[in-house]
Design a protein around this ligand. Structure first.
Ligand code: UDX
Length: 447
């Protein structure tokens, strides 16, 4: 009989994982503690913008016409405990308030709520990003709390999905990493992931601490790559070099690779910033803090980019104050194809200029509602052209395709001054300059 799967926590990770498991043919029950989320999901609606996710959900959510009916949602822990052979824990692990460390309260609460309902053999699989050592602790807690005792087992299976590509990354992962302690756990997870493994996804079997560390080290490496190229942008800026050419040239070396070398206002979002900080905090607890002191520098290079963008804008406007200056900001999401504004470099820059007296108007294709909630005092426009109307400077801060396809000639008619600052090195300087714009980007020659 096909395995029955539950997914606990239905945010980006959980909602996508639940839909993907149903797509792979399993019966799936998703749980969340937020009633509004569950109500939306039951109707086949997704609480965030993620390309392809709503379609996939609607294909499987029970009660939707023409669906497979394999995916259901509940708020009832007993039902989840009763239903599942394999339980995936997908709740979030934000940064603790006022500390670098990771807040484990949602993970802990999920285990405390689920375990008492495990009466028979069950595999609980952690997917949340956690400090190394958590799995060991949670495995013991599970045995302690579950009526099934030793039959309630833990595995750790980190998730590497990117927002904006969540569906594809989940259905066709570039690797599946599982930390297990028994053959039974390995066998169950091989069964869960049989389809992607057959299609070629590597299956990496490991112990608990390594599985946990794979996730945090992968994110640290990615953060390091971005901050590296941003550091090179700073040097290019000082030496009149061109960081985009530099990235292209070093990227031809296969050992370096072209990806994640886009210089600009840096990384944000719900993962990279908090994950590198939690990793530093955990290394400190383990007495290995020296090994990760470089991440402090990665973090500060990254945060510095935001300030430098503000300074570039100030300089471009003639130096001095932003008072009375009209600043158009294109982009609010932390990256394109997402409505996520958590720790968004774009909104951070917009906010800084606003707080210094600039009249900032923001437009983002999908992130408007979330941006408004986070920064209600900024002005918002319904389109790029409305945002730039009358602007003294245009800041391109999230590299949506929509912005690359803008016609600089048309935009030029709407602004006061044809001055564009590209915080993502994604616009074509030649095209903009030909249309009479002054184009500036960090780490690139002025003309
Ligand atoms: C990241 C990891 O990629 C993913 O594997 C993990 O599971 C979660 O964290 P995500 O947060 O969705 O995913 O975004 P990602 O695509 O990694 O981008 C992170 C940030 O880096 C964005 O703000 C993006 O704009 C920025 N970035 C990315 C750059 O500034 N330059 C680059 O070259 C690439």
């Amino acid at each position: 009989m096909a395995l029955k799967i539950t997914v606990i926590g239905t945010g980006y990770l959980g909602a996508t994982h639940a839909a993907a498991m149903a797509e792979l043919g399993f019966e799936v029950l998703g749980l969340d503690v937020v009633p509004e989320k569950i109500e939306m999901l039951k109707r086949g609606e997704v609480p965030m913008y993620e390309p392809g996710l709503e379609e996939l959900l609607r294909k499987h959510v029970a009660g939707i016409e023409g669906s497979s009916g394999r995916l259901r949602f509940t708020m009832d822990w007993a039902e989840v405990g009763e239903f599942g052979d394999v339980h995936f824990v997908c709740v979030n692990t934000p940064q603790k308030h006022g500390e670098y460390a990771c807040d484990m309260s949602y993970v802990d609460a999920a285990f405390e709520s689920l375990a008492p309902h495990l009466h028979g053999p069950a595999l609980v699989v952690g997917k949340s990003t956690v400090p190394v050592g958590s799995a060991d602790r949670l495995a013991a807690r599970l045995v302690e709390l579950a009526p099934a005792g030793e039959d309630a087992e833990l595995a750790w299976n980190p998730e590497f999905l990117r927002e904006g590509f969540a569906v594809n990354d989940t259905l066709h992962p570039d690797r599946i990493v599982v930390g297990v302690r028994s053959e039974r756990a390995e066998k169950l997870l091989r069964e869960v992931y049989a389809t992607p493994v057959t299609a070629g996804s590597p299956f990496v079997l490991t112990d608990f601490p390594t599985a946990e560390l794979v996730k945090t080290s992968a994110n640290s490496f990615l953060a390091t790559k971005i901050s590296f190229i941003n550091a090179m942008a700073e040097v290019c800026e000082a030496a009149d070099g061109d960081v985009v050419k530099l990235a292209e040239a070093i990227g031809h070396d296969e050992r370096i690779g072209k990806k994640f070398l886009r210089a600009g206002i840096g990384f944000g979002g719900g993962c990279l910033p908090k994950d590198i900080r939690a990793f530093m905090a955990r290394a400190g607890e383990l007495g290995a803090d020296q090994a990760l002191t470089f991440l402090r520098e990665i973090d500060s290079i990254n945060m510095r980019q935001r300030g430098q963008m503000v300074e570039l804008a100030r300089e471009a406007l003639g130096g001095g104050s932003f008072l009375g200056k009209r600043v158009a900001v294109l982009g609010a999401a932390f990256k394109p194809d997402s409505d996520d504004v958590r720790d968004s470099p774009a909104l951070n820059v917009a906010g800084q200029i606003h707080l210094q007296g600039g009249q900032v108007t923001v437009y983002d294709p999908k992130g408007m509602a979330n941006a408004r909630r986070l920064f209600p005092t900024l002005a918002y426009a319904d389109s790029a052209i409305e945002a730039v109307r009358g602007a003294d400077v245009v800041l391109h801060l999230t590299e949506w395709r929509e912005f690359r396809e803008l016609d600089p000639a048309v935009l030029g008619e709407a602004v006061t001054t044809r001055l564009v600052l590209d915080g993502r090195n994604a616009l074509d300087p030649e095209v903009w300059r030909r249309a009479g714009w002054t184009y500036r980007a960090m780490g690139r020659p002025t003309a």
